[in-house]
Every structure is written in C-alpha cells, then in structure tokens.
Design a protein around this ligand. Sequence first.
Ligand SMILES: Nc1ncnc2c1ncn2[C@@H]1O[C@H](COP(=O)(O)OP(=O)(O)OP(=O)(O)O)[C@@H](O)[C@H]1O
Ligand SMILES: [Mg+2]
Length: 361
Amino acid sequence: MNDELERMGAVLDSLRVGIVAVNAKGRVEFQNAEASRILDVSRRSSAGRRLAEVLGDRHPAVSILMQVLETQRDLSSHECVIHHRHGERSLIVDLAASPIIMDREADGAALTLHDRTIGRELEDMVDQQARSEVYARLASGIAHEIRNPLGGIRGAAQLLESRLDDPGLRRFPELIVEQTDRIRRLLDEFGELTRGGDIHPRPVNIHEILDKLLTLQSQSGSWREIEVRREYDPSIPDLELDPDRITQVFLNLTRNAVQAMEGRGQLTLRTRVDTPYHLSPGESKPMRMVRIEVDDTGPGIPDEHLPLVFTPFFTGREDGTGLGLALTQHWVVKHGGRIQMLPGHAGGTRARVLLPVREAS
Ligand SMILES: Nc1ncnc2c1ncn2[C@@H]1O[C@H](COP(=O)(O)OP(=O)(O)OP(=O)(O)O)[C@@H](O)[C@H]1O
Ligand SMILES: [Mg+2]
C-alpha cells in the first residue's frame, strides 16, 4: 500500500499542473511539486496548516478554495496573477477547484493550477514584434511622403528669400526654412524606426555598457541629485548585442527615469539571469534570458497611459517628442527581446528589458 502511495505521489509530482488538496477546515493535506513552484511555498511549510495562514486571506488560491468549501460547487478563475513573496516574479495562472467527495459527502476541496505565464509572455513578445513592424512601415511611409513635398517647400522659400529686398518680409521665408528643417530632423529620428535589420551584434559585457552610459550621463547637471544604485549579477555572460543600439535603449530609459524624478531620487540598475524559458515541454534547450531593470522613484506612469507609452509620439511631457520608448522597443525587439514598463516597488516606474542569451553552439 505504501509503495502504491509513493508511486501515486511520484506520478502527481511529475505533472505540469499544480494540485493542492485541503480538508474541510481548509488545512493542506496534499500539494504536488508544481503547486509548490507556482505558489512559491514548500510542502513542508504548508503541510497541515490552513492555506490562508500560509498565503494570506487575499491570495487567489485561498479565496477560490474557501468559496468551494463554502458553496460545495466547482469554481474556476482564469488568468489570476500570483505574486511571489519577494516580488521578483509574478505568474499568470488558471485556477480551478472542486469539492472532494468521500462517501457521497463533500469533505474538503481540491485545486488545480495551470501556469500560463510563458504562453502569455510569448504572445506578448509576438505582439511587440508585430507592433514594432507596423510602426516601422508607418514610419517609412510617412517619412517618404512628407520628405518630398518638404524639399519643395524649402526650395521655394529659399528662392523667395533671395528675391525679397525687404528684410522685414525676408523673415518669413527664413522662418519657413527653419521650420521645415525642424520637421526634417524629426523625420530623421522617426526614420530610425524604419531602418530594419541594421543591428551589428557582437559579444559585449552589458555591465560595461551600463557603466559607461552612467558615467557619461551623470556629468549632466540634471543628474546632480540622483543617487545611482547598481545591483549587477556578476554571473551574466557576455551577450550578443549591438553596443550602440543597446546604449541607446538604456540611455532612453535612464533619461526618462531622471526626467520623471525631476532630477531628484534614486535610480537603480539591476541585472539578473531570468528563470529559464521552457518553450514547450520536452524542448531540449531552454532559451535563457537576461533581465535588466531600470527603477526610478518618480511619480510612476498612470495606469491609463501604460498601454500607450510605446506608441510613437505618445508623450506625457510638455517638451517630449514621444519617440524614446517607441525606438527603445524597436531595438529591443530587433535583438529578440522584450520590454515592459511596470509599476515600481517604491511607487515609481520599473522598465524591464529581457534579452536572450545566445549560447555558443
Ligand atoms: N520612468 C518614467 N516615469 C514616468 N513616466 C514615464 C517614464 N518613462 C516614460 N514615461 C511616460 O511615457 C511617455 C513616453 O516616453 P518616451 O520616452 O517615448 O517619450 P518622451 O520622453 O515624452 O519624449 P522623447 O522622444 O524625448 O523620449 C513620457 O512622456 C512619460 O509620460
Ligand atoms: Mg523619453
């Protein structure tokens, strides 16, 4: 019998679905390995205890189990966000719970947990790639359509300027030339989005890139009261990156952070090797990602702005162009990575860039 139980335990531990069983009082009777991983709680620390005690009353796994114990009906809940204790990671999980029936009576409840995080992250990556592609097409179309007539306007204004004797009137064609030049500069910047494949990756040390950029930036007056913190993970290998583009990425992110803090606050640069991405069960070589975060202690991005910040020309600043993050996303995607703007832990903003680690084959 014991052998059978042990075997059953091993079978349940081998599943890629989390399982938790609680008794009628909500105390944990069983928890398989996947559930321990998803909930970030070891079997030893939860055994025999009320799940609410272990995870807190408001945890989605607790509330669904409590409701099932109360109503004795099946319940499910899609795409719950489960935060891990140290805030390092959150998972997107589908939950389903049912009463356990013993001798025709409900006696406790069982919960299954399906981790959907990787699927959602891959979808997000594909979304970012698609969006970046659309922006690039739009940018190239607009730049092309505007550049030609603009050249005509500038030429005509210059001609007019050379024929006008009255200096008072000459101011106007001069103004036209000046303003068309301004549009041209904007188009050049916009055109960065269209220069598709021109990244030149080579093995680089990301910490050296970040340090160089910080040294350069911190010379500027607007950084005088910024406290810079570096939390680097020394185990990060060299990455295949285009150093100029990646410098641009982190220049845009740190500049946004410093602007948001209006020159005063804490800027944290953090690097980590991310949890391996198993693209599908049985895939022999998981894709490793490095996570680079830029945290600030500014006012944060309002929720309603979050979906818009990567859109070209979206700006919340009076003197902003709104191209910084669109370009940043473009270069990150070109490197096979992904970027997210998240609420920071100290109320500010956390920009998270994931970049792939290309293993030497
Ligand atoms: N760290 C941050 N904290 C708060 N808001 C931010 C942060 N980063 C970006 N934003 C918001 O997102 C908007 C878009 O940023 P983005 O860098 O694309 O453009 P911009 O900074 O306005 O102009 P520029 O083209 O000069 O970079 C910003 O105007 C700001 O409202
Ligand atoms: Mg910016």
